[in-house]
Design a protein around this ligand. Sequence first.
Ligand SMILES: C[S@@+](CC[C@H](N)C(=O)[O-])C[C@H]1O[C@@H](n2cnc3c(N)ncnc32)[C@H](O)[C@@H]1O
Length: 232
Amino acid sequence: MVDSRLLDEQLDYYRERAAEYDEWWERRGRYDRGPEANTQWRTEISQVRAVFDTLPLSGDVLELAPGTGYWTELLAQRARRVTALDGSSEMIAINQARLGKLSRSVDYHQVNLFDWKPTRRWDGLVFCFWISHVPRDRLAGFLAACRDALVEGATMFFLDGQRINESTAVDHVLPGKASEIMVRRLNDGREFRIVKNFHEPVELTELAGAAGFDLEVHRTDNFFQFAVGVAR
Ligand SMILES: C[S@@+](CC[C@H](N)C(=O)[O-])C[C@H]1O[C@@H](n2cnc3c(N)ncnc32)[C@H](O)[C@@H]1O
């Protein structure tokens, strides 16, 4: 059971990590796993991108937990408007700076997603590296909120990691199968507890199905798991 103090600690971690966040995605510093693993990481990102680029994510698109904006930038290039909801003002500032003029088509809001209830509907929904941070006992409610946020026929895309040590920093230990809590460190050594889940595809398709999505889950060879859903 994850209490709300841990969810606050998780958000604090991302706020404090914002300036060093992209080291993970770009395989720098403590996330550099050597040339072979880094090349494989980039290859698998390209494979995810190849699918993402074909999805009908246009019109008004919602992005949850957009972080520093890798996916926001891609969405802003193709959507009419993007709504980006993140709990960290530090992440939002970096995201806006990355997008520059493109950020004019993005509506940023600092929102705690554990209190979030959609009050309108969008044509598409994206959340990358967020679902693993949702406690298991909140997952069904989260997916129901996602469905409530979408018009019928809308596309939902989400991406997350597979259980593999090389995806995280050299000084991180992944949680065991019975736990959903792990300790993360910043470059200065400070430690934070966060939620980290690795979902089986069948679990995701069943829960998303119950929430009103037809969902397909795909995996790359090592690092990533992503899903494409259509709101029924
Ligand atoms: C793992 S990062 C993912 C960022 C980005 N989507 C990506 O693909 O790199 C998780 C994001 O969730 C945000 N976050 C953490 N807790 C949150 C909360 N309770 N409500 C809203 N956002 C939260 C963090 O600020 C961070 O931007």
